[in-house]
Design a protein around this ligand. Structure first.
Ligand SMILES: *Cc1c(COP(=O)(O)O)cnc(C)c1O
Length: 393
């Protein structure tokens, strides 16, 4: 191994970001000040939505979106197992039930036909995930929702800046959620947002973010004086601070530059790996203009081959990751009676996936080193798979 460890993802922070945060530290507001509204306005404008509600993290964004959709005990949400567990955990948090439908092999996004089959009389929401940054089939989910009277939540934690059929991510679903964790495309340290065009959904998301607390005279039952407020529903404290919003505004300005560099790196990965027989790449769908969050490959030959590939990369100073273990294979979900065999494409993918280095600060030299390491690791994995197939394993 030569040189420092190359992770699969990391943030980009420069002097503009540091100056933006320090300005807030010298101002009067550390939270719920002008930077919050300004970041919300910037996000809404960049992502083509009427409202943006910024929150403490991407999990909180999902919780707020589902609460705004009115999810409660007895409701079902059709969703994908190929995601981080927060997508369905927040359904459980509201007492509702996730129903997993399988993914498309091409993008590993929720399969619209499978989602349709999973709808019952109790279904209230379809929750799709823009896996790796490729927008889910939002046209089909929105058509289905209209026909069946459902709401669509798009977990766009991976895909800020992307477009589908010419429209930005943030304008495609009834409710869109983002995460601004440091590995995501833009960061606020921890942070997230809910975007919507709907005034009522936005108001409900805002209420849930802030203790269910209402100060707007038009919405209060009475008004005892200028100090008066009402708590009208159960909410949490999911607010995002001014410090974080200032960082978010500064990061959002760099989104076009981040997107461009991520696109260049993915193009180089794809050209370098296209002819490696032991690796399968995702296939873009017509109309999708992804901003890539993850550079994923699937290692052919089963779990042992993937483990060999992963270890071979680690030995060469690359720190890959697996996105994701199928959610319905996690102990929490198995304990609730879910079976990952019910979604065979996602289950098989979870045994073959591996995420390779992809972040704007990755240099061409580091990328060359990572590509060499992947070629060698793929060779080792293919040898392992052949040995297993010939009966050793
Ligand atoms: C990162 C992520 C989340 C959770 O976001 P946090 O900010 O870490 O809470 C949810 N869904 C997906 C698909 C994610 O990638």
């Amino acid at each position: 191994m030569s040189g420092p460890i190359i992770p699969y993802g990391r943030q980009w922070i420069d002097e503009d970001d540091i100056a933006a945060v320090t300005r807030v530290l010298r101002s009067g507001y550390l939270t719920t000040g002008p930077e919050v509204e300004a970041f919300e306005a910037d996000l809404a404008s960049v992502c083509g939505a009427k409202h943006a509600v910024v929150v403490a993290n991407g999990t909180a964004a999902l919780h707020c979106a589902y609460a705004a959709a009115g999810l409660a005990a007895g409701d079902e949400v059709v969703t994908t197992p190929m995601t981080f567990s927060a997508t369905s955990n927040m359904v459980l948090a509201l007492g509702a039930r996730p129903v997993f439908a399988d993914v498309l092999a091409s993008t590993l996004g929720l399969d619209p036909a499978k989602a349709e089959q999973a709808i019952t009389a109790r279904t209230k929401v379809i929750s799709a995930v823009d896996f790796a940054g490729h927008p889910a089939a939002m046209d089909q989910f929105m058509a289905l929702a209209k026909q069946r009277g459902l709401l669509v939540v798009e977990d766009a934690s991976h895909s800020i800046g992307g477009r589908f059929q010419g429209r930005p991510v943030g304008s495609l679903a009834h409710l869109t959620t983002f995460s601004f964790h440091p590995v995501k495309t833009i960061t606020t340290g921890e942070g997230g947002a809910v975007l919507t065009d709907d005034d009522t959904l936005a108001e409900k998301a805002r209420d849930f973010r802030n203790h269910g607390l209402v100060r707007d005279a038009a919405r209060m039952e009475r008004r005892d004086g200028p100090w008066y407020y009402e708590v009208q529903s159960v909410g949490l404290n999911y607010r995002l601070s001014d410090l974080q919003c200032a960082l978010g505004r500064s990061q959002l300005k760099k989104l076009p530059q981040f997107a461009k560099r991520r696109g260049e790196i993915v193009a180089r990965w794809r050209a370098a790996l296209r002819d490696v027989p032991s690796l399968t790449l995702l296939v873009d769908q017509p109309g999708a203009e992804p901003v890539w969050h993850l550079m994923t490959v699937q290692v052919r030959g089963g779990q042992r081959a993937r483990a060999t590939f992963f270890a071979a990369l680690q030995q060469r100073g690359i720190a890959p990751q697996v996105h994701y273990i199928a959610v319905n294979d996690l102990p929490l979900y198995r304990g609730l009676g879910y079976d990952p065999a019910a979604t065979p494409i996602a289950f098989a993918a979870s045994h073959s996936l591996c995420s390779l280095p992809l972040y704007p600060a990755l240099s061409d030299e580091e990328l060359d080193r990572a590509i060499r390491a992947v070629h060698e690791a793929a060779h080792e994995a293919a040898r392992e798979a052949a040995a297993e197939a010939s009966g050793r394993g």
